[in-house]
Design a protein around this ligand. Sequence first.
Ligand code: AMP
Length: 283
Amino acid sequence: MEIFKQITPLKAYLKELRLSGKSIGLIPTMGALHQGHMALIKAAQSKNAITVCSVFVNPTQFNNRADLLKYPRTQERDTELLKEVRCDVLFSPEINEIYPQTAQLKFDFGTLDKVMEGKFRPGHFSGVGLVVAKLLHIVEPDDAYFGQKDWQQFAIIRMLVQDLSFNTRLQSVPTLRETDGLALSSRNLRLSPEERAIAPVFYQALRKAQLLLESGNTLAAVKETVEKMINNKAGARLEYFEMADSINLNLIDCVEGSTRPILCIAGYVGETRLIDNLFFHQE
Ligand code: AMP
């Protein structure tokens, strides 16, 4: 595996490969890699000749400084994992390489970033847009891979790519889960054993909500049930539970009229913030 910390040699290396006709798949991550990330790498390997994984804890997408400082960093293990799955290139820049000066540019994604994560994490998606735009310029991938777990992020990156005419196809990869349903996440590393035991409640609540909606309950009633399910667990706290149209992210209160509704949830277990989602009718 080739490891780059600087943009210029990375670009030169990729240019050669591109000229020899090799397609490039980019997997942007913030490290603390797990099998969910590996699923993205495998998806890229099945479509692209060269896989480039970026590991960069992007400061501009953290609206909370404490969260940035606490974000898990497991650099050596990440490198080992990437070598094991035969990723071709690791790009792990320092902050100054990506932000040589404080970035002033802000993105506004219209209605997409005013709900759910955008509402509770002001500025978050502007920072995501900034770093993804930079990575797409640096790597110029044929395909870029994102997890369904961060569905709102995917919808927003789709707008970024369309509105800025990037020449990259976006691929969404299903969420990988532990056997008890908990979505794999770098943040799970921060859970104590007691918190880890509680954490699957978010996925359980999504499944329960789907069943209740299918059997004709109103969204208001379902929201109440979800809130109780989460908040009755000591140490857990619901931040939001919403149903949205998965394309335009408009919040909806009934499934009729939306081609593919999605249920989205976010909350805390102790100090750790977790998010998850479920496409309506998804098993
Ligand atoms: P992160 O390092 O958390 O920023 O995630 C990097 C990429 O991995 C994002 O596109 C995430 O959506 C994706 N990802 C994170 N967790 C999972 C998971 N459990 N299954 C699939 N993809 C994931």
